[in-house]
Design a protein. Structure first.
Length: 100
């Protein structure tokens, strides 16, 4: 049986959601936690958050942000942006375990 999945990909710039064209000319479109609530109601299968400035700024996506999303989300979610090492991955997995 064919069942398509709905997986919104949301772009983060600083602490807000943005819409962009090729990651340029970003326009603020809202609060990410509010978006999680909306997609909970719409029964999205999964969420993906990409921090579009993290790599350029040589930092990782915020662990605090991941914990806030984890407390609100009723679906699996993925994060990306600025992850450069196994140590970074281990920190994120540890934060995810704390949510559970």
């Amino acid at each position: 049986m064919f069942r398509p999945r709905v997986i919104p990909v949301l772009l983060l710039k600083n602490t807000g959601l943005v819409k962009s064209v090729k990651f340029r000319d970003c326009r603020y479109i809202g609060d990410p936690i509010n978006a999680v609530r909306i997609f909970n109601d719409l029964k999205a299968d999964e969420l993906v958050f990409l921090d579009i400035l993290a790599s350029r700024e040589k930092r990782c996506i915020s662990l605090d942000f991941i914990q806030k999303v984890g407390e609100e989300a009723n679906m699996p979610f993925a994060v990306g942006g600025g992850i450069r090492s196994l140590n970074d991955i281990n920190r994120y997995l540890k934060a995810a375990r704390e949510i559970l």
